[in-house]
Design a protein around this ligand. Structure first.
Ligand code: ATP
Ligand code: MG
Length: 327
């Protein structure tokens, strides 16, 4: 992975507005997204429901026309060369693309043939993919009978059937149980290690943190932060002491009390919680407890939390991704 290479994907101020009929407000789904994706990365687009992830992906895969802005995908201009882009990318939509009424083998053969392989080449490629993605056990069963994890593996195999340079995965693990998700992450890493660049969307914090090499966090059509997961978490300014306070007056009182303390780097309230960012949480926990006790601020829970991507999202948007999302 060399950052010196030309990025495999570049967008400049990409925008999409859905113009609605008279009387209804237009929807500004993507409000000017500028990104660079380096070759060989797993690039993650992290954001809550409705943030504009799918809309961005659909523009980059030539499914939707942008309202304005520019993009270069696998070296081709999005507006001038959409056909060339389609030859070199793969796209697995949120719903997946397999035909449920036939089996994995036939789906894979058809996919390879769609991209110009001869019958025997297509059969050979289908067999390779069945082996690579451990599909053989159910390869000749109808797709509608598959478990969620089996289905997603087939979707992934379909997405890489024509050996694309770049593959887009829209929420690849939504709805999978933790074990299937971990297994699926390994499949995605294998594809990356074979030299394919991956652009995926997710609203799972652990997926963004553990799987992605680089992240752009999107909210409300705008990228609010980007960097490696580590870089993003390092910006937080230490650990957070999280204090659960049900009474809103006590919540405010607690905030006013602690914001004055020198050891507090940043402080936020969200829902019924007070987030106090400090350098050395363990040492300061007792001090915080004493301060709250002295001023009779009542609270229900207190705990220490290592910096997470949720803290990044909270600092940038004032909301928690964990509580707002479905995960
Ligand atoms: N065809 C459309 N017409 C009008 N509005 C749309 C259309 N498609 C999407 N939107 C709106 O654009 C916004 C962004 O939607 P998008 O599907 O890109 O979000 P997302 O980040 O993929 O969300 P999710 O995590 O739920 O899949 C939402 O407010 C959505 O309702
Ligand atoms: Mg979506």
């Amino acid at each position: 992975m060399s950052a010196k290479d030309t990025p495999i994907l570049i967008t400049k101020n990409l925008q999409k507005t859905f113009f609605m009929k008279k009387g209804k407000d237009d929807v500004r789904a993507v409000k000017g997204v500028s990104l660079e994706v380096q070759k060989g990365q797993i690039f993650g687009f992290l954001g809550p429901n409705g943030a504009g992830k799918t809309t961005t992906l659909q523009m980059l895969t030539t499914v939707l026309a942008p309202t304005s802005g520019q993009a270069t995908v696998v070296g081709f201009d999005l507006l001038k060369d959409p056909k060339k882009i389609r030859q070199h990318i793969g796209y697995v939509s949120q719903a997946g693309g397999a035909d449920g009424m036939t089996d994995a083998l036939q789906n894979l053969i058809l996919q390879a043939r769609l991209y110009g392989a001869s019958k025997s080449e297509a059969e050979k490629r289908a067999k390779e993919l069945i082996e690579q993605f451990e599909i053989s056990e159910f390869a000749t069963r109808k797709v509608i009978s598959y478990s969620g994890g089996q289905r997603r593996r087939l979707d992934l195999a379909l997405g890489v059937a024509h050996k694309p340079q770049l593959i887009f995965l829209d929420e690849p693990t939504t709805g999978l149980d933790p074990q299937s998700r971990a297994h699926f992450w390994d499949e995605i890493r294998k594809i990356r290690d074979d030299g394919v660049t991956i652009f995926l969307t997710t609203h799972y914090l652990d997926e963004a943190d553990n799987l992605c090499d680089y992240l752009a966090i999107i909210d409300n059509g705008t990228v609010v932060a980007e960097g490696t997961p580590k870089h993003l978490k390092d910006q937080i300014g230490g650990e957070s002491i999280v204090i659960g306070i049900e009474n809103s007056k006590d919540l405010e009182k607690g905030k006013e009390l602690l914001v004055k303390e020198k050891f507090v780097n940043k402080i936020y309230t969200n829902e019924n919680k007070l987030y106090v960012y400090v350098k050395e949480g363990e040492k300061l926990l007792a001090d915080v407890l004493r301060l709250m006790d002295n001023k009779k601020v009542s609270f229900q829970t207190i705990g220490l939390s290592k910096p997470s991507l949720d803290d990044v999202f909270l600092q940038k948007t004032g909301r928690s991704l964990r509580e707002g999302g479905e995960s």
